[in-house]
Each structure stands twice: as structure tokens, then as C-alpha cells.
Write a protein that binds this ligand. Structure first.
Ligand code: SAM
Length: 298
């Protein structure tokens, strides 16, 4: 079997890639590479393509329509994953484990963080994001990062030298926590990761950490996700054991090219209102919007 895709399939892959790039947050070249990669091993489709060299005729067949629809679905669902599948992630993690402190470690952290959808999106605006949220985390002795993903790998520990005693990062995604604890080993200090699900409750976390109360908590791009997927856990999140909360949402949909700022702002606003949290200020970066909240009397 030849390694090059049949010309008729290459032509149709280009059309599907262009369509995907208009709809989803992916470049046409990357989309085409993914489609061609999956069609290369689709023997029945390739056999049909050799018998049907006209793109119009091939595009009308059921087998082709199924393959095109599957290719678009694969692109969509891959874009909706926060972090890459095992192999790519494992390589990044190994690189971090091997890294000595300093530039090598920083490069490994950046590479891993940029492989996770949430931190990749924040990466170009990271300085702006840190500057706007600094009023909350800048003076903390204890900081809780809930549903942390890989954000702790980008946290500027050098800017809080001495003040920050404990940065507790928790997520139900055990692979993210592995990466965070690998970073904690490379630069021993304040950072610790815990596998924990919001549904486990705050006492379960306190048992793991020994901390009952934090100066502030980060809920970055978490509340809108929980509101969509597990709304019953919102009350638990609102009860996070911290005096200040940084609650953010995305401005762009994860997969589609769609501005979701208004929707995310509304979800976060109603979270604050419903649970009696006081919104002190709001901020926006090109990719994220956030509300800085405190507990009444906190
Ligand atoms: C959109 S990502 C945001 C990651 C990170 N906070 C950031 O902004 O870079 C949402 C994160 O919340 C975590 N998450 C979702 N539901 C959770 C739950 N019930 N318990 C713990 N973590 C959860 C996911 O595993 C994921 O890492």
C-alpha cells in the first residue's frame, strides 16, 4: 500500500480541513495533517478512492461521508481535551523530572503548561493575568489553587519569595498533580499537589494538607466548567476555605471559534450573587475574564 494518500482523498482532505479551520480553533494545515493521518490507515476508504477518482462522486458515497464526519468529530473532541493524551504528556513530565533547577526546569514547565488547553490559552497574556490578579495573591502566606490544571507550573514563585508559605494545588486529574509534584521536587519549597475532587469536600482536603483556611483561592476557568458539568458542586466551591477568591472564565470557546465572554461573565456573576460573595473588582485579558471576590466580613 502506498504511503501517499490517493489524490482524490488529498483534495477532499483539504476541503474538510478548510471547513474545520473556519469553525474550530485549529489551523488548516494542522487539521489537514490530522485528517490525512487518519485516512491513510482507512483501507476501505482508500480502496473506494482508487475506484472513484472524481471528488464529487466520492464525496457522495456513504463511506466517505462517514469518514469526513468522523474526522471533524475527532478534531472537535481533541480540541476539547484539556491536556494531551498519555505519550506526549509523559514525555513532558519526564523532561521536567530530569531537569535541574533554573532555565532547564523553566523550559520544561513552560512546555508542559503550553500543552494544556487552559494554560496554553493564558500563555500569551500571562504577564497581564499575573499583574491583574497580583492584588490577591501578592501578599498571601497560603494560597489554594482549586482545579489547578497546570497553572502552578507558571506561577511566579520568584515574585513572592519568603511571603508565600504554602501553595496547595488540587485537581481530580492525577496526571496534572504528578507534574506539579515533579516541579515541587525540582524546586523544593512551597508547592504541593493533591489529587482531590470537589465532591470529596473541604475536610478531605484539610486532612491531606493540615490546612483549614487559606488567605486566598484561585478558581481559574473552573466555575463555568463545574456549572455546566456538575452544578450541584457549585455550593461547595463557593464555600472554599479562603477569604479572597479569584474566579475566572474563558473568553473563547475551547473548540469552536466563538466568543463566550458574556456567557462566562454571567455564570460567574450569578455564582457570586447566589452565594453572597462580594465582587470587589473585575478584569479582562485578551483570553480570560475574572472577578476578584471576598467573603462578606472577610
Ligand atoms: C478549564 S480547566 C482549568 C485549569 C486551570 N485552573 C487553569 O485555568 O489553567 C478545569 C480544571 O478543573 C478540573 N476539575 C473539573 N472538575 C473537577 C472536580 N470535580 N474536582 C476537581 N477538579 C476538577 C479539571 O480536571 C481541570 O484541570
Amino acid at each position: 500500500m502506498s504511503d501517499a494518500l490517493e489524490p482524490v482523498l488529498a483534495q477532499l482532505a483539504e476541503q474538510v480541513a478548510q471547513e474545520a479551520a473556519r469553525r474550530y480553533r485549529i489551523g488548516a494545515d494542522q487539521a489537514r495533517a490530522r485528517i490525512e493521518g487518519s485516512w491513510l490507515s482507512h483501507q476501505a476508504l482508500r480502496a473506494l478512492a482508487r475506484k472513484t477518482p472524481s471528488p464529487r462522486a466520492l464525496a457522495r458515497t456513504r463511506l466517505y461521508r462517514q469518514a469526513a464526519s468522523q474526522a471533524k468529530k475527532d478534531i472537535y473532541y481533541r480540541l476539547r481535551r484539556y491536556r494531551p493524551q498519555s505519550d506526549e504528556f509523559s514525555e513532558g513530565l519526564e523532561r521536567l523530572r530530569r531537569a535541574a533547577a533554573g532555565a532547564e526546569c523553566q523550559a520544561a514547565c513552560e512546555a508542559l503548561a503550553r500543552s494544556h488547553a487552559s494554560t496554553a490559552e493564558r500563555w500569551p497574556d500571562l504577564d497581564g493575568f499575573l499583574e491583574r490578579t497580583h492584588p490577591v495573591w501578592g501578599d498571601c502566606a497560603t494560597l489554594l489553587d482549586i482545579g489547578c490544571g497546570l497553572m502552578p507550573l507558571l506561577f511566579p514563585f520568584d515574585r513572592v519569595d519568603g511571603r508565600l508559605q504554602r501553595y496547595v494545588a488540587c485537581d481530580r486529574d492525577a496526571r496534572c498533580i504528578e507534574a506539579i509534584n515533579a516541579y515541587g521536587q525540582v524546586t523544593p519549597g512551597v508547592l504541593e499537589g493533591h489529587v482531590w475532587d470537589i465532591g470529596d469536600g473541604w475536610e478531605a482536603l484539610a486532612t491531606q494538607t493540615g490546612i483549614q483556611r487559606y488567605d486566598a483561592a484561585l478558581l481559574l476557568k473552573l466555575v463555568p466548567v463545574v456549572a455546566r458539568q456538575q452544578p450541584r458542586l457549585l455550593a461547595m466551591l463557593a464555600d472554599a476555605p479562603a477569604d479572597w477568591l479569584v474566579v475566572t472564565g474563558s473568553r473563547q470557546a475551547l473548540a469552536r471559534r466563538q466568543d463566550i465572554s458574556r456567557r462566562e461573565r454571567a455564570v460567574i456573576g450569578s455564582f457570586a450573587k447566589r452565594h453572597g460573595l462580594v465582587v470587589e473588582s473585575e478584569f479582562e485579558t485578551p483570553s480570560e475574564l475574572g472577578l476578584l471576590m471576598r467573603r462578606p466580613g472577610g
